[in-house]
Design a protein around this ligand. Structure first.
Ligand code: NAD
Length: 461
């Protein structure tokens, strides 16, 4: 691990679809992180005092500016992450929607009045101060917005550290925010490695909170490193979502929907439905419909709007995904990928008789899906919950009672019934077990960007 005092090297920012270098970027060291925190700290009190209507106005204008530049930002995201342009447009649009939602929430998150003896008791929701936001490479702009928007709405200043692989869209945000009227210093973006810039943010004594989205392994290290300064933490970590298909479900709908749910973003999605549990009686019917639908899935140039799936993010990640197939049975389906450079990996389906294989238990984070049979409801719950993760999942059945029983029994922060959707701006998102701590999005995120202050006022004198 590099010392935080060393001069940090430049990083090559690549296009995963071609392997071409898009830019060279200097990586921030501890001094740059410290300077960003100092500036954010100096700017935060004025931001927190700004009249609510003005604070909301800045965020509304930022949403509109992002929307105006959706095509340009999406193309940048596509080139840096390798994700299909249509997906990138959707994600940039969601980022704008997130700023708009929290602009509207500025005056809708408030304290309480609590009945007490001898006086009046009220609570205030107060901003934390300066928060650090550490972002992964899979949904860079959207996840930046998910955290920056509620943090700013609550009156905090923010230092963002994007992934060193995919920083380009986050780097556009401060200029857009300034154009929207955000005071200088309130939002900073620092590009650096996790080991140096990320670690410095986590240990910084003047940061009140870290909102981290990334792998469970790094999240555990962040929790330990945040202990000496007792930082507040939101941890959005890995997942191994189960997509549970009962025999009474609309099998065609479940199979068709399972393709984007598993292979969207090349499977590099914490909510990827990478374990498909299918009731034994419909295993053959489902598998046939699923692989047929996957056959229509277009893998290719992510800048082509007809493309469904692009490459993986890096050569290193491709090697990691490939290694999962070293000790599995032959796939029952393997798609094709374009010739040439780029970090391509074919959509792959494995039929596994039992749920024990490493590929069915660990987060692959690539386009590899395990189809696993189950016998009955109890068996499905046992398999689904036999995982250290608990982020999301799906239940397909037309039996409403069973849907509700399953929704209560499956351990996850979020589930969908007869759908594979995971995320909405207005609803809470996050994990149980080793998928994380805390909730993002919806009004719940504002709880995580504020502290409660209780004030008692005596009325007896
Ligand atoms: P990662 O954990 O390797 O890195 C995430 C971020 O943390 C990057 O910005 C990285 O530079 C930084 N980082 C790395 N080491 C650090 C350290 N010691 N101190 C501080 N920061 C450090 O994750 P990744 O490979 O970028 O993303 C993939 C992972 O993210 C997957 O496990 C995926 O499930 C998870 N993820 C979770 C969610 C969610 O909401 N639960 C969403 C997206 C991705």
């Amino acid at each position: 691990m590099a010392s935080v005092h060393e001069q940090q090297p430049e990083a090559e920012i690549l296009n995963p679809a071609t392997g071409a270098v898009l830019q060279h970027l200097p990586m921030a060291g501890a001094a740059e992180v410290d300077e960003a925190v100092r500036r954010a700290r100096a700017a935060q009190p004025e931001w927190a005092k700004m009249p609510l209507r003005e604070r909301a106005g800045v965020l509304f204008r930022l949403a509109a500016l992002i929307e105006e530049r959706v095509d340009e930002l999406a193309l940048l995201e596509t080139r840096n992450v390798g994700k299909p342009l249509g997906d990138a447009r959707g994600e940039v649009g969601m980022a704008a929607e997130t700023f708009r939602y929290y602009a509207g929430a500025v005056d809708k998150h408030f304290g309480e009045s609590i009945p007490v003896d001898g006086g009046i008791d009220i609570t205030f929701r107060e901003p934390l101060g300066v928060v650090g936001v550490i972002v992964p490479w899979n949904f860079p702009f959207a996840i930046t917005a998910w955290n920056v928007a509620p943090a700013l709405a609550a009156g905090n200043a923010v230092v963002v550290k994007p992934s060193e692989l995919t920083p380009l869209t986050a780097l556009e945000l401060p200029a857009l925010a300034a154009q929207a009227g955000l005071p200088d210093g309130v939002l900073q973006v620092v590009v650096g490695t996790g080991a140096v810039a990320g670690a410095r943010l986590v240990e910084h004594e003047h940061l009140a909170k870290i909102a981290f989205t990334g792998s469970t392994a790094v999240g555990k290290g962040i929790m330990a490193a945040a202990a000496p300064t007792l930082k507040r933490l939101t941890l959005e970590l890995g997942g191994k979502a189960a997509n549970i298909v009962f025999a009474d479900a609309d099998i065609q709908a479940a199979a068709t929907s399972a393709v984007p749910a598993a292979y969207g973003n090349s499977g590099q999605d914490c909510c990827s439905r990478a374990r498909i549990l299918v009731q034994r009686g419909v295993l053959e019917e489902f598998t046939e419909a699923f692989t047929k639908a996957l056959g229509d899935w277009t893998v290719g140039d992510p800048e082509d709007l007809a493309t469904d799936m692009g490459p993986l993010v890096s050569e290193q990640h491709r090697a990691r995904v490939a290694a999962f197939l070293d000790d599995t049975p032959e796939p029952i389906y393997r798609g094709t990928v374009p010739d040439g450079d780029g970090f391509w990996f074919p959509p792959t389906v494995l039929a596994l008789p039992t749920p024990d294989a490493r590929v069915a238990r660990e987060e692959v984070f690539g386009p590899v899906v395990a189809v696993i049979p189950f016998d009955d409801e109890a068996d499905a719950v046992t398999i689904a919950n036999d995982s250290p993760y608990g982020l999301s999942g799906s239940i397909w059945t037309v039996d409403g009672s069973r849907a509700l029983r399953m929704a209560r029994a499956v351990q996850a922060g979020g589930l969908s019934v007869n759908s594979n959707s995971s995320v909405r701006v207005s609803t809470p998102f996050g994990g149980v077990k080793q998928s994380g701590i805390g909730r993002e999005l919806g009004m719940h995120a504002l709880d995580a960007y504020t502290d409660v202050k209780n004030v008692f006022i005596s009325t007896t004198s």
